[in-house]
Ligand binder design. Structure first.
Ligand code: ADP
Ligand code: MG
Length: 721
């Protein structure tokens, strides 16, 4: 019996033994154990404080300082009981990763000791020295102060020994310096317009509409030993050199394949860590490329999904390190095999839990569904440029338009059934479904869409998948905030136009029908149900349909400041004009810096590792030939002399290309503004980088492997055993 400490220890130990050295608990017992969630709030706050906080969370009501103090104390007590000693305002600056500055809870007590303290003021507002975060000119460095403001809709959590409080990050003038602020604003804008529409359909009880997202995250796992040997992976997250491995993904034997024990152990620990943080990690499988995997959580409200995705990416890397692995989140870590994306599954749900993108049971609900569907169609067509640029990074430029990812042209897939319904509405002809009925909104019931027919197309950038849309252009390392703030804003704009029109209509049903018809007519060019990877489609899209094809970040990013985009985003108060200017500058600056780091890394690797390795091997071959000839002067030594010749030509070419690249990088610094710098990179530097790579990769295929200074593609892609 376990009635005193010693026996208890023994009992626990024997249980550990039974479970292969691990103490096992049920997932439901520890799910969310590191989160200050609703269950914890209910248990630790007085009824008055809890209700008041809930009002703030659910309805955005202002928070009273006495309530904030009570919440702060409860949060601190709970965190300290879980071993926390510090707290941080956790935020997402425009660097793309999360930031935190830790403060301990300690406060001196008169008796020389300390007490643990945390006030409502400290919970609500923080003042990090913001001077080193990118602001794109919004805040001069001497005006370094920015502040963080608590986002009570995303739960606080414990990471290590620190209580993390999700916050928004602004300058003292109130301009957003982060990704969360505009995301929250876009959610509010969308909710406002969607509620107007729902009221028109007689839903008087709706208070708000939320967007939900389930992001499917792709990643690569490689061994830490090999990673450490490659400066390109360490400095840039992707390989800048590497000849093709004899085997790649051509056998399709990795996708959904058996998960190797080492990877399975990683996934198990990762799930546990994510579950403790209340992240609904659900699906995991091997992806198409060797060493590539995917993890998808169950969807949740967009700002929480964004926080969770950032946290997930961080934990994925931390857990990998514990397993002697490295998790690569770059969009294109290896040339020649698939890159990694992040599918953004997105839908709209009322506060009563009704999914507005799900076809309903009654004709009236169907008309409402079609209206929301049309709002998305119109939004995607009108703001193709914003959607494209919301996923633009130097890394994702290598993926979009490569053969495994959606092209850089934005289009939508609806599936045959829904498409037939829309065509019938547009032309006023009978819908050729089972009953061959004339589609009259508000009268006919829509057919039930078979999920299989809506989910078949894997090549579309923006696909309807039965009750949600899947935006597939996001890169694996992107924060999902950017794509969602643009998507939400664009849809808010469509809904606003609809609501303005319908609120003033004399005959609601007629006006509704006409509006849906007009949307289909005006925007059907964006709908494409064929193969998005096909070259013919790009021709058709750009030449006949007039769709945009922004292939690179410098091509699309400046369009953030196009008048129509600025007007739309400022009218919904998602961004101010100054914020947009600063963002455009920061995104282009990130692009330029990322590529320049790559270029410098290439110069360094080629000069100090690759060329010397080829030289050493060439010398060995030359010496072998000389030794052979000394033994027998009649030997031709063709193998040696041809190889020496080939390698010498390649070394010279590498030398030349390194010089050219270095010169191009040096002259870039003279370009006067960031846009011309980015064009110079797009048109000149990137091609010089590929030329240098081509010579080095060719040399790799001719050089004795034992001389090559770092692991090859074959080693990296098939190294985790
Ligand atoms: P797949 O795209 O691989 O077929 P699923 O469609 O099952 O996989 O789900 C992919 C993601 O979509 C998951 O994260 C899931 O939680 C999310 N998802 C499902 N329904 C919705 C919804 N209504 N809104 C947003 N995301 C959703
Ligand atoms: Mg998917």
């Amino acid at each position: 019996m376990c009635y005193h400490g010693k026996t208890l220890f023994f009992c626990r130990k024997s249980r550990e033994m039974r479970n292969g050295g691990k103490f096992m608990e049920k997932v439901s017992d520890y799910f969310g154990s590191l989160v200050f969630d609703d269950r914890v709030m209910k248990a630790n706050l007085s009824d008055r404080v809890y209700k008041s906080l809930k009002k703030t969370i659910d309805e955005g009501a202002k928070l009273d300082i006495s309530v904030a103090n009570a919440v702060a104390t409860a949060m601190k007590d709970w965190a300290v009981a879980h071993g926390a000693t510090h707290y941080t305002h956790w935020f997402q600056p425009l660097t793309g990763i999360t930031a935190e500055k830790h403060d301990s809870f300690i406060s001196p007590s008169p008796d020389g000791g300390v007490i643990m303290e945390f006030s409502g003021k400290e919970l609500i507002k923080g003042e990090p020295d913001a001077s080193s975060f990118p602001s794109g000119g919004l805040r001069a460095t001497f005006e370094a102060r920015g502040y963080t403001a608590w986002d009570p809709t995303s739960y606080a959590f414990i990471k290590g020994k620190t209580l993390c409080i999700p916050t928004a990050f602004c300058s003292y003038g109130g301009e957003a310096l982060d990704k969360k602020t505009p995301l929250l604003r876009s959610m509010e804008a969308l909710s406002k317009q969607a509620v107007r529409i729902l009221k028109l359909f007689g839903n008087d009880s709706v208070k708000c509409v939320r967007t939900s997202v389930g992001p499917e995250q792709e990643y690569f796992l490689i061994t830490k030993e090999m990673y450490d040997m490659r400066p390109d992976l360490r400095f840039t997250g992707r390989t800048l050199f590497g000849a093709k491995s004899p085997k790649g993904q051509e056998m399709d034997d990795h996708y959904f394949g058996v998960i190797k024990p080492r990877v399975a152990a990683y996934m198990e620990e990762l799930n546990n860590e994510l579950w403790k943080l209340g992240i609904l990690a659900k699906t995991e499988h091997n992806e198409v490329a060797p060493a590539q995997h995917e993890l998808a959580p169950i969807y949740t409200t967009t700002n929480i999904a964004t926080d969770h995705n950032q946290l997930m990416m961080e934990i994925m890397q931390k857990v990998a390190a514990k397993h002697g692995l490295v998790c690569l989140l770059h969009e294109k870590p290896f040339a020649g095999v698939n890159g990694s994306g992040k599918h953004n599954n997105w839908s709209l749900t009322t506060d009563a839990g009704v999914n507005l993108l799900s076809p309903g049971e009654t004709p009236y609900e169907n008309a409402q569904f079609l209206l929301f569907l049309c709002a998305v169609i119109k939004a995607v067509d009108d703001y193709q440029d914003l959607l494209r640029l919301s996923v633009a990074t130097a890394g994702n430029d290598h993926r979009l338009g490569a053969n495994e990812a959606p092209p850089a042209v934005v289009s939508m897939f609806l599936g045959d059934e829904l498409n037939a319904v829309l065509e019938a509405i547009e032309s006023g002809t009978p819908y050729a479904g089972a009953e061959k009925t004339q589609m009259k909104l508000g009268v006919n019931v829509l057919p039930k869409f078979n999920r299989d027919t809506t989910d078949r197309n894997r090549t579309s950038p923006f696909a309807f998948t039965g009750n949600k849309f899947e935006f597939r252009m996001l890169g694996s390392s992107n924060s999902i905030a950017c794509a969602n703030m643009m998507l939400n804003s664009a849809v808010a704009e469509s809904l606003k136009i609809y609501a303005d029109r319908l609120e003033g209509a004399e005959d609601f049903e007629n006006a509704l029908h006409e509006m849906i018809r007009k949307t289909i007519k005006d925007h059907k060019r964006i709908i494409f149900n064929g193969n998005g990877y096909d070259d013919d489609w790009i021709k058709e899209a750009t030449e006949n349909r007039g769709l945009l094809n922004y292939r690179t970040t410098p091509d699309c990013m400046p369009h953030l400041l196009d008048k129509k985009n600025v007007d739309m985003l400022t009218s919904h108060r998602v961004f101010s004009e100054a914020e947009l200017k600063s963002r455009c500058e920061i995104m282009l600056d990130n692009y330029c810096k990322s590529v320049l780091i790559e270029a410098n890394t290439m110069v360094d690797m080629a000069r100090t590792q690759i060329a010397p390795a080829i030289e050493a091997y060439t010398l060995k071959i030359a010496k072998t030939a000389a030794a052979k000839k000394a033994l027998d002067a009649s030997l031709a030594c063709r193998y040696e002399s041809e190889l020496v010749k080939k390698l010498s030509v390649l070394t010279d070419r590498i030398w030349e290309k390194v010089e050219e690249l270095e010169k191009a990088v040096a002259s870039l610094c003279e370009a006067e503004d960031i846009i011309s710098q980015s064009y110079e990179i797009r048109d000149n530097i990137l091609s010089k980088m590929s030329e240098l790579r081509a010579s080095c990769d060719e040399a790799e295929t001719l050089t004795d492997k034992s001389y090559w200074p770092f692991p090859t593609y074959g080693d990296l892609l098939f190294g985790v055993r």
